[in-house]
Design a protein around this ligand. Structure first.
Ligand code: ISE
Length: 335
């Protein structure tokens, strides 16, 4: 039968995943939606046959028709929902970040290991983006030689009003932390956050943009420009500098138009549109694997490692110094 999914959190991403599970993905149906805002959950549930609205994740997870959980609530709410799902041995797709700090990520790591088998995939969707996948294949193929540096640019049109300085690291740069670890197949060992004079479009107190320097265990250097209020669109680009060549991704999306003495194209306004294909591929592969009784994709270890790097990043952001990343030894369970 189709996988009955409870979607926890129905904000921008959660509502988009409900639509995706309902209209795009095969083999799954949304049987529950959960939100502390009861009305919001009810409106979504009413539009889907056989879907019930809840305000408590635990109540939804206890329902007969719920086989799996997609967590899309804000980061600080993830730990409780993850522990609840693991306690019930339910498969989970958890939006990034896994949790907002290393200690809480370690509690999830411990709970999954106690269960004895992997149940959680972390929503680092860039790993499912076609261009990132091609870049990964190129780097793994070895024809360009060793990767020496990565340059990342991560620009948002603007940020929601509740976005903080720390969230620029924990919710935005966390993506670059994950893709860096994945692309290079190395852990990140140190973080330094630099803060140029902010744009006048940033809210008071926010350092925007920021320039983040990552060091990896085999000595690669990685820079990330995070710009929350660039004001013109959503852009995510990366360049790998290798011994025998360079690769750039994310430069152009969609049709290039020539008219009226000009050429150009449209820049996507947000991540929901820019990474639509990646989200589709991510959720479909989670559903397929889950129905086969398997789990794949970014693991709780990846979520923990990214959280530890974020924690070092937030400290560096606050104290204006280079901070080394502390990781526990990788358990055999996650090898
Ligand atoms: C948002 O939460 C995301 O995850 C997006 O992918 C990221 O680009 C954006 O900066 C975050 O706010």
């Amino acid at each position: 039968r189709a996988l009955g999914v409870a979607v926890v959190g129905t904000g921008k991403m959660g509502a988009d995943h409900v639509r995706r599970l309902h209209d795009v993905v095969s083999g799954a149906r949304v049987t529950a939606v959960v939100d502390i805002e009861a009305e919001r959950a009810k409106t979504l549930a009413d539009a889907i046959e056989g879907c019930t609205a809840y305000t408590e994740p635990a109540a939804a997870m206890a329902a007969q028709d719920v086989d799996a959980v997609l967590i899309a609530s804000p980061g600080p709410a993830h730990e409780a929902a993850l522990l609840e799902a693991l306690g019930r041995d339910l498969p989970v797709l958890c939006e990034k970040p896994l949790t907002p700090d290393a200690a809480s990520a370690l509690r999830v790591l411990a709970a999954e290991q106690r269960l004895g088998h992997r149940r959680v995939q972390v929503g680092f969707m860039r790993r499912y983006d076609t261009e990132y996948m091609k870049l990964k294949r190129l780097l793994d193929g070895g024809e360009l030689g060793r990767a020496l540096m990565l340059h990342h640019r991560h620009r948002n049109l603007s940020m929601p009003p509740w976005f903080t300085n720390e969230m620029l690291i924990n919710d935005s740069v966390v993506h670059e932390m994950d893709v860096t670890r994945w692309l290079l197949d190395q852990e990140i060992t140190a973080v330094t956050v630099h803060k140029p004079a902010p744009t006048s479009h940033a809210p008071a107190g926010m350092n925007d943009p920021q320039f983040v320097l990552l060091e990896t265990e085999l000595g690669a250097l990685v820079d990330v420009e995070i710009f929350g209020h660039c004001g013109y669109g959503y852009q995510v680009q990366a360049e790998a500098v290798c011994e025998r060549g360079t690769v750039r991704i994310g430069d152009e999306h969609g049709p290039r138009l020539s008219t009226d003495g000009r050429w150009g194209g449209r820049i996507t306004p947000d991540y929901v549109e820019r990474f639509e294909d990646a989200y589709d591929r991510e959720v479909q592969s989670w559903v397929d694997a889950t129905r086969r009784g398997e789990i794949a994709g970014p693991s709780v270890w990846d979520g923990y490692a990214a959280a530890a790097v974020c924690e070092a990043g937030v400290l560096s952001q606050r104290e204006g110094r280079r901070v080394e990343v502390e990781l526990i030894e990788r358990p055999a369970f996650y090898r």
